[in-house]
Design a protein around this ligand. Structure first.
Ligand code: CS2
Length: 497
């Protein structure tokens, strides 16, 4: 089968959308760090609409900070790839042309730095996942002892971390008298622009206080809320998409129809008309972000741990299990009072929509994928909500069961005695804490609660929190995940699966 590329675009069936603008005239205006599936199904798609409407100065230079795999797949395709939007039996295909150049940072950090320092580049966007910010998840401060951060401090001209690349590129621009780019964090972190400003200016200040202060003052870091469910692409996806294209695409992406992007409108160097593609610009992203992190991602993580333990391989399977859907409804009732509804949004309706999205069986979103990196996700997804519930004196049994689900999951053995492939940057710490085993649930919980980077100092000292977690964990270990979920959901675990 022929491969997707600029030369084969004309072979696509009429039903497949493709770039109709003069791609060769597109110039780079955005550098993107983190070439994962999410970026390619979200920001790149919105940028594609801008290019199609004539905004040719907003081409994307995309860089992977680690693996060459995506570049290796896309380079022979001239940066082209397919987005498959799926729901039910429907699959809508669109070939995206917005990515005009590809870099792999470790191979040639200077090439990426040159791209970031180019005067035409006005925005640097990031989707590098939570752990790549090298911050303390509980406090949001730069982890100055992180080995990669230590590397970037020792060798600032050949950075490895996202923050290291931002600092060096901004230093070069400042030295050359080129206006700074706007830094747009698109990861699921609370107040993500503030967080990135904090760690970038701190990293810079450790080497050069003047540069650190300049970054904090002169560079804009707008906050964003990003949302689209984009599971990892499988070989089965590749086959089905190739059949629809009549061409081979080595790394297409698959996603749901829903897509949302709420952006704080602070772009001193200018920005694309992303509202053309449905993005919302506002002066206050915080309520949207809190709603999404707590209601979508919080439920996702709880469902991932508890669903995995109960034997559900995908989110759609778990969310279609009546015991779990009843549990989700209760979980959202615990979350809603902690979320100020964004203007014009009804949180009950938002929750109902989430359940439909989770049940989209056309996506195989694996619970094990979402379970990854829990130590970096728990604080903003579940623990902040619990802090608010504690402060208001409200019970939070479903949230507590979600946290206990994480603890049970990182113990590394499932309910049938099979090993769990736990992936987490704090893995050694998690393994040490869980090594003595689960037979004493209280002692087990206590060792995990000692991980300050996750729980901070306050939560482990709160007796109500401790006992809620211990109780949930004891139930989880004693009865199994599905029964524990059913007990809270008020449904019988024996019901149909
Ligand atoms: C998921 C998110 O993998 C995860 O942790 O919760 O990637 C989620 O699918 C997106 O944030 C949806 O916008």
């Amino acid at each position: 089968m022929m491969r997707l590329s600029a030369a084969t675009l004309h072979r696509l069936p009429a039903s497949v959308a493709r770039p109709r603008y003069p791609r060769e005239r597109v110039t780079p205006g955005i550098v993107h760090l983190g070439l994962g599936a999410f970026h390619r199904a979200h920001q790149a798609v919105m940028t594609e609409a801008v290019l199609a409407a004539g905004g040719t100065q907003w081409g994307i230079v995309a860089a992977s900070l680690r693996s060459p795999a995506t570049r290796d797949a896309l380079a022979p395709q001239d940066g082209l790839y397919t987005v498959a939007v799926r729901e039910g039996d429907d699959q809508r295909l669109q070939v995206i042309g917005a990515i005009r150049a590809l870099h792999v940072a470790p191979e040639d950090p200077d090439a990426l730095l040159r791209a970031m320092s180019h005067p035409a580049v006005r925005i640097v966007t990031l989707t590098v996942t939570e752990k790549a910010y090298c911050h303390d998840p509980a406090t949001g401060a730069l982890d100055e002892a992180h080995p990669e951060i230590r590397h970037d401090l020792a060798e600032p001209r050949r950075p490895r971390t996202a923050a290291g690349f931002l600092v060096e590129a901004l230093r070069r621009r400042r030295a050359a008298g080129i206006a700074p780019f706007t830094v747009l964090c698109c990861d699921n972190l609370p107040a993500n622009g503030h967080l990135l400003r904090r760690i970038t200016s701190r990293l810079a200040a450790l080497g050069d206080p003047g540069l650190g202060a300049w970054i904090a003052d002169a560079v804009a870091f707008p906050c964003t809320m990003v949302d689209r469910i984009v599971p990892a692409t499988t070989d089965e996806d590749r086959r089905r998409i190739a059949a629809g294209l009549g061409l081979r695409d080595d790394w297409p992406v698959v996603c749901e129809p829903f897509s949302q992007w709420v952006i704080e409108d602070r772009f001193p160097a200018g920005r694309p008309d992303w509202e053309r593609a449905g993005a919302t610009f506002t002066d206050d992203v915080a309520p949207f972000e809190l709603m999404k992190l707590r209601m979508l991602n919080g439920a996702h993580s709880a469902l991932a741990y508890l669903g995995y333990l109960a034997g559900h391989e995908t989110v759609a399977e778990a969310a279609s299990d009546p015991v779990f859907s009843a549990f989700l409804a209760r979980l959202w009732r615990e979350v809603v009072p902690t979320v100020p509804a964004p203007r014009g949004v009804d949180l009950g309706g938002y929750a109902a929509r989430l359940l439909d999205r989770f049940r989209n069986a056309a996506l195989r979103h694996r619970t094990a994928q979402i379970a990854m990196d829990g130590s970096q996700k728990l604080p903003q997804r579940l623990l902040g909500t619990i802090r608010d519930a504690l402060a208001a004196g409200r019970p939070f049994p479903c949230l507590a069961l979600g946290v206990a689900g994480w603890m049970r999951y990182v113990a590394g053995v499932d309910e049938r005695g099979q090993p769990i492939d736990v992936r987490d940057p704090l893995l050694p710490t998690l393994q040490a804490a869980s090594a003595p085993g689960l037979h004493d649930a209280r002692a087990f919980a206590s060792r995990l609660l000692d991980i300050e980077a996750v729980f901070g100092r306050d939560l482990p000292r709160d007796g109500r929190f401790r006992s809620a977690i211990e109780q949930a964990l004891a139930r989880l270990v004693g009865e199994g995940a599905r029964a524990a979920v059913a007990a809270l959901a008020g449904t019988a675990a024996a019901g149909p699966r």
